[in-house]
Design a protein around this ligand. Structure first.
Ligand code: EPU
Length: 426
């Protein structure tokens, strides 16, 4: 098992660049399925989630190649239609092949991804929307089976909640459906806008990208393209919070700061100096941060994926913060690990009250998901000793070259392999 060891006390300072967003690149790779032939996605992060998506596509008959930050996906005339549980359990986002496969093949059988360590994650809006477009959907032996032998037809779909995944799946189904589709209460994340851009370049007819009403006029076929993924706002936000927590001075390049405007505004309220440019942001903090309250919401609200960083910041701030999570029911699961670091946190339902301490206390902790792992690393920088973070495969799923970036910013951090604890025997 790999662990990351972090010595507390360092101040993050310097420049770090972020590459394309995981949550965009994964969907762009799935979107390639919509057109036979070779598509290329650039600015793709080298992380395990992308490798798993590449394998999902290979099993569907695509040829997938990776060189530097480019991923090539050569799609056959007739792709396969099944995604098995052994891959889907490693990558919940593989459910996003459901829409494109149904649109291309009129049939798709994709393993039900189930929940994960941030809580239960339903599919009702994905399947409800596809059903409105004429698909017959059933669940059998852990699979979602969707069929539309006569093709999908445009429909008006009202989402109960602006789900990122459902918006993407329905959008990718609608671009090849017969007639017009309207998705109301659609998600507005920059990654959705990025997907709309790629689909439009492929020949899709979409209006309303970035608003809560997407209108799609179905076309008969799409053509492959070359597309550059949008910069990763969550990785950028992670460094921004890390700078504030360690009273550091970090410049992040490769991302539009407008995508994390609310998060940066929280850092300003906490006492940070924030400067922004077209694809760059700088966070500079000299004093101990002041406590700020945070409420997560769908974009453009404060991103749930930055919640662990907000809890980390609150844990070392002066005063008490009220942190409210509105997207995932299990997002506070990692709080137990923060308690091991001496953080003072009380949770009640979807609220957490955090009383800040000047310094946290080093202890072995476990990354429970991608973002919790990053939050724990940032918190470890604020401890009085050496913290060992285990289960770092979660971090590898979303943060390319994380330890190298930490070192570049002046942290005393390293990665090591340790033997797994022996199984107890009687
Ligand atoms: N939901 C339903 N039914 C549905 C769809 C969603 O109840 O049919 C619920 C979920 O259970 C959840 C909420 O709606 O409580 C939001 O889910 P959403 O569909 O918006 O999220 P997602 O598509 O599953 C993506 C990102 C997450 C990010 C969320 C919210 C990817 C691969 N994942 O998940 O990223 O937190 O949007 O912004 O794009 C991460 O990168 O670490 C991560 C978890």
């Amino acid at each position: 098992m790999d662990v990351i060891r972090v010595s507390g006390g360092a101040r993050l300072a310097g420049e770090v660049s972020v590459v394309g967003a995981k949550n965009s690149a994964l969907k762009l790779m799935a979107a390639a399925l919509l057109a036979p032939g070779p598509s290329v996605i650039t600015n793709v992060p080298r992380i395990t989630d992308i490798a798993v998506m590449a394998e999902v596509l290979r099993r569907l008959g695509c040829e997938v190649t990776a060189a530097g930050d480019e991923v090539g996906v050569r799609v056959p005339e007739r792709p396969g239609a099944e995604a098995d549980y052994d891959l889907v359990r490693q990558l919940r986002a593989s459910i996003c092949v459901l829409g494109p496969l149904l649109a291309r093949r009129g049939y798709a059988r994709v393993a039900h991804p189930g929940g994960d360590a941030i809580g239960s994650r339903g599919l009702d809006m994905h399947v409800g929307g596809l059903a409105r477009m004429g698909a017959e959907i059933s669940g059998e032996h852990g699979f979602v089976i969707a069929s539309a032998p006569d093709g999908l037809r445009g429909a008006t779909i009202w989402l109960d909640f602006p789900s990122v995944g459902a918006t993407e799946n329905l959008l990718m189904a609608a671009v090849l459906a017969r007639g017009a589709t309207e998705i109301d209460n659609a998600a507005r994340e920059p990654e959705i806008v990025d997907l709309c851009r790629m689909l439009t370049a492929m020949g899709a007819r979409i209006s309303g990208a970035g608003t809560s009403r997407l209108e799609v006029e179905g076309v008969d076929q799409l053509t492959p393209v070359r597309h550059t993924a949008v910069g990763d706002r969550i990785v950028a936000g992670t460094w921004a919070f890390g700078a504030a927590m360690t009273r550091g001075d970090v410049t992040v390049t490769g991302v539009d700061p407008a995508y994390i405007e609310i998060a940066l505004d929280k850092l300003i309220s906490a006492g940070a100096l924030v400067e922004t440019g077209p694809q760059t942001l700088r966070v500079h903090m000299d004093e101990r941060p002041r406590a700020v309250d945070v409420v997560t919401l769908p974009y453009p609200g404060f991103a749930t994926d930055l919640l662990p960083m907000a809890i980390g910041l609150a844990s070392v701030s002066e005063g008490s913060s009220l942190i409210t999570e509105n997207i995932f029911d299990g997002r506070f699961m990692f709080v137990n690990e923060m308690l091991r670091l001496g953080a003072q946190i009380q949770t009640d339902g979807h609220h957490a009250v955090v009383r800040g301490r000047e310094r946290l206390s080093s202890a072995p902790v476990r990354a429970t998901d991608i973002r919790a792992g990053a939050g724990l690393v940032m918190a470890a920088l604020c401890t009085d000793g050496v913290t060992e973070i285990s289960h770092v495969h979660h971090l590898d799923r979303g943060y390319p070259g994380f330890v190298e970036d930490l070192q570049r910013l002046g942290a005393d951090a390293g990665r090591a392999s340790v033997p797994d604890a022996p199984e107890p025997t009687l």
